[in-house]
Design a binder for this molecule. Sequence first.
Ligand SMILES: Nc1nc2c(c(=O)[nH]1)N[C@H]1C(S)=C(S)[C@@H](COP(=O)(O)O)O[C@H]1N2
Ligand SMILES: [Mo]
Length: 323
Amino acid sequence: MPIIRRPDWALPESAATPESVWLDRRALLAGMGLGAAAAALPAGRAQAMGPTPPDWPAPLATNPAFADAGRPRTAEEVAATYNNFYEFGSHKQIYDAAQRLETAGWTVTVDGLVEETFEIGTDDLIAAMPVEERVYRLRCVEAWAAVIPWVGFPLSALVEKARPLSAAKYLRFETFQNPDVARGQRQFWYPWPYVEGVTIEEAANDLSFMVVGAYGRVLRNQFGAPIRLALPWKYGFKSIKSITRITFTDERPVSFWEELQSAEYGFWANVNPDVDHPRWSQATERMLGTDERLPTMLFNGYGEQVAHLYDGLEAREGDRVWR
Ligand SMILES: Nc1nc2c(c(=O)[nH]1)N[C@H]1C(S)=C(S)[C@@H](COP(=O)(O)O)O[C@H]1N2
Ligand SMILES: [Mo]
């Protein structure tokens, strides 16, 4: 794998965070200083990643099609201490704050253009779904990347269970809202709750995965417990955490980041090394836990499974397909 030296344009991730939408240049520079300080924290910090959840009950089979992500998997203590979860703060070390989220008794509501609306407990949902392990690459729009062994089930199985009407064209996902628990939600300038969406064809694609565990364990809160999405060919912000509602609709959902800054974060957000973010290059990515910059892959390397979903779309939507 070629290793690329950090070029001059490579902004630190603190500057690349979507939050810098709100910062003027002076504040941005101050933020870059803070980012450097955080990166220099002693290694011992990595041990504190919150309580250890129970192991996923055996048997847990790894899907052979997704057993090897082509790059070494990111160490659990690295992936679990560097997270985007703005409900708990607009920085990466939210693993402590996220422990305040109560996930016992969690339910997901499935509504909109379906034969029958229902609300189901995550435990009952998991019991009804074909759970397996898949090792997926994750590529954040901020140009960092990871390889994570998720536990979950195909979103297509949930779509089947929901029995959507033929008029349903999109799925709209919504995260919990509780500013008493998630202090980030007191930042009133964000359009809470976090919302994301996919087309029904994207949802039916085998890659779309509903995640309920990671690293062979029940999902840690900071990863978006008790249930989140993983769409490995799209920028990470599409992979919404701690889902409470899934609505089938004929209207394209407007996502959290799209509502904040549609020029930078669109609906499609497919990974592409050749289409830069307006404020930084997407040509390379830093693997978490390393200083290596590796080349970004088109569709994050999953083009064979998903490229056909976007045939002709670029002609209609231009580079929106890639942001
Ligand atoms: N509800 C919610 N989901 C979210 C986010 C968030 O802030 N809130 N951040 C997104 C972003 S930007 C990324 S890169 C991934 C990060 O997932 P990870 O922390 O499990 O690596 O979660 C995504 N899902
Ligand atoms: Mo992200």
